[in-house]
Design a protein around this ligand. Sequence first.
Ligand code: HPA
Ligand code: ZN
Length: 326
Amino acid sequence: MSIEDAIRALPKVELHLHIEGSLEPELMFALAERNQVELPFASVEEVRAAYDFSDLQSFLDIYYAGAQVLLEEQDFYDMTWAYLERCRADKVRHTEIFFDPQTHTDRGVPFDTVIRGITRALDDGREQLGISSELILCFLRHLSAEAAMATLEQALPWKERIIGVGLDSSEKGHPPEKFQAVFDRARAEGFLTVAHAGEEGPPEYIEQALDLLKVKRIDHGVRCLEDPLLVRRLQKERMPLTVCPLSNVKLCVFDTLEEHNLKTLLDANLCATINSDDPAYFGGYIGQNFLETAEALKLGLDDIETLARNAVEASFLDDDGKQDLM
Ligand code: HPA
Ligand code: ZN
């Protein structure tokens, strides 16, 4: 079997996906019209042309602008359902999705509207497509710790539907330690924790996420290789890294996919996984990430199998759920 065929046939688990980052320009325009929201772009082509990023912040500015078309519960449903249909096409069997409530509540959209739309689509995806899922609430790290705490309070009535909390948005200048009290409270309430760290930020941010936020996974984490002691720790703790290769190239973390360090991470026996991050913005869903990365880094079948096994291991499924996917 060719590596391409093996990748296409592979049952996949996705662990790093921002649902707002799955909003394709076509749906963005349809929702803008439905909700009478003015977009700063004249056409779908113009939107796609604007997706030429120089770093994380240049992406975030456009990503938050695009999210403004999301107003009603049905909008969140439609966006989530569209992602799940992509999952079906890519043979994703289980996905753990991030959502950014503050991107919406700060515009006056109620927390309940956001989560009702997303969870209704996830329920339909489970029933109609056989795709299991979990939801992870991300705090926007460029906003205050107080705002994050208030968001956590809003999430408490939805505890049964949210498995964990995470940390995203502008990394540099917003270290994990800023959110230690929020994550303490989240863990006390029973949430698992993850955090973006070591995407643009230094290896010390990865250490802080481990020591202060007690995370179960590091999102991205690719800069860990700058610190050999940290690498040894990540190996010893089997700490998963949810790596997003096409995202890293689009945001200039690596100049080219050929220069990406995923193969080095795998060869160091780290629990690395492949994910799509914000597929509508970065040029591909999880299948595309696997295919392009395999070609650029000359991954073998053994690497593909390791990546698949790592993702099941790193998931928040219980042992029976993991067994079903192995
Ligand atoms: N990094 C940080 N914040 C984000 C990202 C990312 O890759 N995608 C959406 N929010
Ligand atoms: Zn991300």
